[in-house]
Design a protein around this ligand. Sequence first.
Ligand SMILES: C[S@@+](CC[C@H](N)C(=O)[O-])C[C@H]1O[C@@H](n2cnc3c(N)ncnc32)[C@H](O)[C@@H]1O
Length: 273
Amino acid sequence: MQDEDQIRFNKVVNDRLSRKYERLHGDIFNNIEQERLRKALKAAAEAVRTGAEPIYALDYGCGSGNLTGHLIGLGANTVSADISEGFLDLIERNFSQTGLSEVLAINGKDLSGVEDARFDLVATYSVLHHVPDYLGIVGEMCRVLKPGGVIYIDHEVHESYFDRTKEYVEFLSRARPRVNLRRYLRLLLDVRGYKHIIRRLMNPRYKREGDIHVWPDDHIEWDKIEQLLISESFEIVSKEDYLLYNSIYDVDVYNEYKNKCVDERLLVARKQI
Ligand SMILES: C[S@@+](CC[C@H](N)C(=O)[O-])C[C@H]1O[C@@H](n2cnc3c(N)ncnc32)[C@H](O)[C@@H]1O
């Protein structure tokens, strides 16, 4: 698909998904992941050296407001940006009463219209693998940060995910329910979902939520992101590889493996003053 078509597809899909997004994402909206995220964002906000108080933050690809909620909880004035009007409507409904929330409709290609050095913190979570030119967007995030500002990139797979190490395969087979009857029943009853099965048969890389860079030969390349940040005069503040908790996992098995294997990366970097 051409980049423009891919972005249009993502917009339509996410508009339609917006109301049920949180119900579909047990990999994000569970207590273990939310606590990890809360602590990580707090540390990133504390790494800001722009002198601003309160900080001005951008949540790029905000969805239903996963990061937005945490950023507002930290007292940040927050701009939630997305290509999906459905998600931006949700953000307005859920956060406008805080007085700390603005929304921004974006084109999915760049941050044109946003001036240079506007933000103290720019954060994105589970978005880059949906963006055709994801390195271009990272470049745009760098541009709109002030010197001393911090970029936070989270919930993108770590390359080792594709290696399927022995420990990781073992973890998945033990942590996931063996026969998830509820899931099979839901799939069977979701007659409208049959069109996705047909599309997948026609295009094995079809993803109903518009994921693109999620394949062994086309995935987020963290070394390229790091090189880009360094070329834009950023210093790496922290790099954290972690095993993502999903609400379908057995929590005891997760605890047993969380220090043995990883599948996601968080990268935090600061623009030099
Ligand atoms: C998996 S959701 C993540 C949402 C949110 N960040 C969260 O933490 O739950 C992906 C988000 O990226 C947005 N998106 C898709 N393509 C995009 C693009 N090219 N530029 C910006 N956002 C995009 C979608 O509308 C959706 O809100």
